[in-house]
Design a protein around this ligand. Sequence first.
Ligand SMILES: [Zn+2]
Length: 337
Amino acid sequence: MAVDRLPLPGFVTAHSHAFQRALRGRGAGGDFWAWRDAMLAEAERQTPDIVREEYEQTYRELLGAGYTAVGEFHYLGLDEAYAALEAARAAGIEIVLLLAAYERGGLARFRQGSVAEYLAQVEALREAGARVGLSPHSVRACSAAWLSEIGSYAEREDLVLHVHADEQPREIAECLAEYGLRPIELLARTGCLTPGTTVVHATHASAAELDLVAEAGAAVCLCPTTEANLGDGFPPLEALLEREIRLTVGSDSNVRIDPLEELRELEGTARRETGRREVVPVAQLLAIGSQNGAACLGLDAWPDAEVDLAHLSLRGVAAEDVPAALVFSCSADVFHA
Ligand SMILES: [Zn+2]
C-alpha cells in the first residue's frame, strides 16, 4: 500500500435503483408524483441489454466514488435481474439483489401474477448463486396477504427484507384508508418487521411507528440526496437516534453518487433539527455508510475503499483529522477508483 493511500471499509449503498441514473438532468416535475411519471417512462424503456450495459457503467461510477457494495432494489423483471447481476460482476462490485414483489399498481412489467410466482423468482435467483433479499416494494404495491407470505418466507429462509415505507404522506393516507393502519404498523402486523428488515425512507413515520421499528430491532435506510431531490421531507433523525435505531444510507435514484455527501447531508439535517453539533459522531457516521449497510444486506465481507491522502481537499489535514475532513470537507473524488 502506498503511503499516500488510506484504506477504509468500503461504502455500501444499501438502496439503489441503478436504472434511475439515466434520469440525470431530467426527471423534473412539480412533485414526487410528477417525477414518478418520468421514472416510469424510463423503467418502461429498459431491456436486459440496456440493463447489462448501463448498470455496469453506473456500478463503475459507484466504485469510483468509494462504494464497494450495492443493494440493488430491482423491480424491472426477472431477465433484467440476471442482467443486473452480470453488470455487477463485470464492474467488480459486490451486489445483493433485492428482488421487488409487486402485486398491484406501477407498470405491468413490475408485477408478478401471484406471490407464489414471486417466490419462485427468488428461488431461481438463489439457485443461480445470487445473493438475494426479499423486497415487497411498499404497502402501495403489496397487499397484507402478500406481505404475510413474504415475511414468513424471509424468516424461514433467514433472508433480509427491504421495503419502502412512509416516503410520502399520500402513501400513509391510502394505507390508513385501506387498513386503518399506518405503513410500518401494517409491516409489523404482517411479520415484515424483524431484525432482518430494513425500512427505506421512514420520512413521515410517526413516533408509534418508530417505536415498532426499535422494538423489532429493524434498521432504517436514509437516502438524503434523493429525498432532498424528490422533496420527500426531512427524516425524523432525532427520533431515530433517540431510539438507537440502526441507520444506513442509499444512493437510491443515483441523482448523486457520493457517500460522503449522503453522510454530510444526514448530519447536517440532524444539526439543523437539533441546534447542536456532532449529533452523530464521525466514527458512527462512517459506520452508517459502510458496516451498517453491509449488515442490512447480510454481507459479511466487501472490499475496502482507498482514500487518496495526497488529494488537494486533504491538504494540511493531520492524519487523525482525516475521518472528519472526509465527511465534512471532501467529495467522492477523494477515493481511488
Ligand atoms: Zn427506492
